[in-house]
Design a protein around this ligand. Structure first.
Ligand code: DGY
Length: 335
């Protein structure tokens, strides 16, 4: 009987849902990470020793330096995320390392959170909840406290990819008038009467609500700055489920403090979880700890999608979600 070649070795940088780990354990020589452990640059490089692939998450910073220091055995980095701003793609390309992500499967969960942020920021989910818990709710009264109506308002979506479109679909159920800015205009069958703005600045005056749904790229980082916030109508509301870096924190906090903006709903932050501490003291922000994809169904689906990509790669096929990479290698056995 021919000797079996060894299974591919994969380093998994964070604890994953049980069914995803079970699948990895069956198919790979899987190097798992215990709960509540995450790695710095040195830890990632050490964990990758002798491995063929990495399964990482958005908290793992795969900078150019880390990628350059990875062992030569690493041929694929599969991220358990749609965003890949934590991976230096050019560095991976230089090392001929394949990179994959997990689009599609978190679209609905993330769009749900965008709606929660919009409603939460507009209708006082934070301050209303506190009133109840802190026993400051004395009686119902016609004039206070008051939130802001969401139904029928204008929503601007910055980044009309899968998640932006799913937010628009939900917002239509609230009779919102949809405006969007994206690199490319939607095809007419997907546009549903939305107003396209080729230039972001032109959309902003039409946004009672602005939902940030674009990828974090050199072009979008810091795009929502003081000048652009100034172009929004008075008392607009900004929500962000994309990446914290797209919004300039100083500009957003100044606009929330001055009352230029009525509120903000934030699920993502620059430097998270060490967020700008000023947010914690603002009454008019509704804050969540990066919960966009945080349901078991979605996290399972993200895990399976990441493993599908690894499986395809090690079978010598093109992974479905190939972001960058050279031709795939000759097949390696899966158990
Ligand atoms: C992603 O996949 O990029 C998300 O931010 C995780 O929720």
């Amino acid at each position: 009987m021919a000797a079996r070649s060894p299974l591919a070795k994969v380093f998994i940088s964070q604890k994953l849902p049980a069914e995803v780990e079970a699948r990895l354990a069956t198919h790979y020589d899987a190097r798992f990470t215990p709960e509540d452990v995450s790695y710095d640059a040195e830890g990632l490089i050490a964990g990758a020793a002798e491995c063929d692939g990495l399964l990482v998450t958005p908290v793992d910073k795969l900078t150019a330096e880390v990628i350059e220091a990875l062992p030569g055995t690493i041929r694929i980095i599969a991220t358990f995320s749609v965003g890949y701003d934590h991976i230096d793609i050019a560095a991976a390309q230089r090392r001929a390392i394949v990179v994959t992500n997990t689009p599609d499967v978190l679209t609905d969960a993330t769009a749900d959170i965008a709606m929660l942020l919009m409603l939460g920021a507009a209708r006082g989910a934070y301050w209303g909840e506190r009133m109840v818990r802190e026993r400051r709710w004395a009686r119902w009264a016609p004039t206070k406290p008051l939130g802001i109506q969401v139904t029928g308002k204008r929503l601007g979506i910055f980044g009309m990819g899968r998640i932006g479109q799913a937010v628009a679909k939900r917002a239509r159920a609230f009779d919102m008038e949809i405006h969007y800015h994206s690199r490319t205009r939607l095809t007419s069958d997907r546009e549903h009467g939305y107003h396209f703005h080729a230039v972001l600045d032109d959309m902003l005056p039409h946004c009672d609500f602005l939902s940030v749904n674009c990828a974090s790229t050199p072009e979008t980082r810091g795009a929502i700055d003081r000048r652009r916030i100034g172009l929004l109508p008075e008392k607009a509301i900004i929500v962000n489920t994309a990446r914290g870096e797209i919004i300039d924190d100083d500009a957003l906090i100044a606009a929330l403090e001055s009352g230029k903006l009525a509120g903000a709903g934030l699920d993502v932050f620059k430097g998270e979880p060490d967020i700008d501490p000023r947010y914690r003291d603002l009454e008019n922000v509704f804050l969540l700890p990066h919960l966009g994809s945080a349901t078991l169904e979605t996290r399972n689906a993200m895990g399976h999608r990441a493993v599908d990509n690894l499986d395809a790669f090690f079978k010598g096929e093109q992974p479905r979600d190939l972001l960058v990479g050279p031709p795939v290698p000759s097949p390696q056995p899966l158990a």
